[in-house]
Design a protein around this ligand. Structure first.
Ligand code: NAP
Ligand code: ZN
Ligand code: ZN
Length: 351
């Protein structure tokens, strides 16, 4: 079906109107009329082809992987939803479903690589997958999520990427009572990291380059906020963390954050800057520190995170925009000028 969308035509072009095709729902497919789609910094990296060596961009590129909408059609074998229900889709729409990772519910680490929601290889219709900056999406129900109607839907959309990408490593590395956790960068991911680390019971320290975000950091749940340009403030935190989650989108000195770890502490990168980050060996060797990474989260864990959010009333702090403001939003994202996630109101696409 012909579907209105917004796309980048090349790495330098602003996003603009585009029409893509969605398949007719198969027996296990759900068709979702998209209400809201979050704006992830990955959308900006990908549309500008900043990850060229790892994941080159196929154009036209329709980004968007923080999708919440209303079910408009269901295939005959769908059990999770009926027409009219609220449904959500995150960063993946399929995987091989049989490899060791998929069998463990870690579809994001599928050994054949998951089918990403956009810029992925569409195994069913052929060509490339198109994301959530669009009117509707058709997804196998196995890759859809249920969202509580208790939560504000616009503020829920970012949970589908920023939420799960921070929840998953915090859980994996045991953030909780008695642990000291650092969150680096107060953006879309970082602000969810602060909320989750606090909700899980850790002592939370936010590291930000922006003095203007100190008060917000505390309001969002950080026990302490350190402006990372302040050398004394950084020194006072040295070698004291069990876990640090780095959600920075650009080049920065990773060694400053490795130095924060105590014995057997882990620094986990979720930020995906365009260029490599040099690591000084002795920052790892002494005292036996680990440098790790983490990618989004599996479908079961994403549902667990959404249920946790519904129970605790956790959502994103969002600024809702019409789709024609998307290029301005990207410019503001680059300047760190968003509190703390842009979300597109998809009704503006039909206006
Ligand atoms: P965002 O909202 O733009 O936040 C990034 C934050 O990083 C900024 O708010 C800023 O925080 C800090 N920052 C920006 N430039 C910096 C610089 N030059 N030096 C130091 N700090 C800087 O981005 P996001 O949507 O949260 O995404 C963050 C990164 O995670 C992106 O690279 C994105 O692609 C990646 N990502 C990865 C996954 C995954 O699966 N691992 C999933 C989603 C996104 P302060 O102002 O507080 O310093
Ligand atoms: Zn994302
Ligand atoms: Zn697999």
């Amino acid at each position: 079906m012909s579907t209105r969308a917004y796309a980048a035509q090349n790495a330098k072009s602003p996003l603009g109107p585009f029409t893509c095709q969605r398949r007719d729902p198969r027996a296990t497919d759900v068709e979702i009329d998209i209400l809201y789609c979050g704006v992830c910094h990955s959308d900006l990296h990908q549309t500008r082809d900043e990850w060229h060596d790892f994941a080159p961009t196929a154009y036209p590129c329709v980004p968007g992987h923080e999708i919440v909408g209303r079910v408009s059609k269901v295939g005959k074998d769908v059990t999770k939803f009926k027409v009219g229900d609220i449904a959500a889709v995150g960063c993946m729409v399929d995987s091989c479903r049989t490899c060791e990772s998929c069998a463990k519910g870690l579809e994001q680490y599928c050994t054949s690589f998951p089918t990403l929601t956009y810029n992925g290889q569409d195994k069913i219709s052929g060509g490339v997958t198109y994301g959530g900056y669009s009117e509707r999406v058709v997804v196998d129900e196995a890759f859809t999520l249920k969202v509580s109607d208790k939560l504000n839907l616009a503020a829920t959309a970012p949970l589908l990427c920023a939420g799960i990408t921070t929840y998953s490593p915090l859980k994996h590395w045991g953030a909780g009572p008695g642990t000291k956790v650092g969150i680096v960068g107060l953006g879309g991911l970082g602000h969810m990291g602060v909320k989750f680390a606090r909700a899980l019971g850790a002592h939370v320290v936010l590291f930000t380059t922006s003095p203007g975000k100190v008060e917000d950091g505390k309001r969002l749940g950080a026990h302490e906020v350190v402006v990372s340009k302040n050398a004394d403030g950084m020194k006072a935190q040295a070698a004291s963390f069990d876990f640090v989650l780095d959600a920075v989108s650009a080049e920065h000195d990773i060694n400053a954050y490795l130095s924060l770890l105590k014995l057997d502490g882990t620094l986990c990168l979720v930020g995906a800057p365009e260029k490599p980050l040099p690591v000084a060996a002795f920052n790892l060797l002494m005292p036996r520190r680990s440098f790790a990474g983490s990618g989004i989260g599996g479908i079961a864990e994403t549902q667990e995170m959404l249920d946790f959010c519904a129970e605790r009333g956790i959502t994103s702090d969002v600024e809702v925009i019409p789709i024609h403001k998307i290029n301005e939003a990207y410019d503001r994202l680059l300047k760190g000028d968003v509190k703390y996630r842009f979300v597109i109101d998809m009704a503006s696409l039909k206006a």
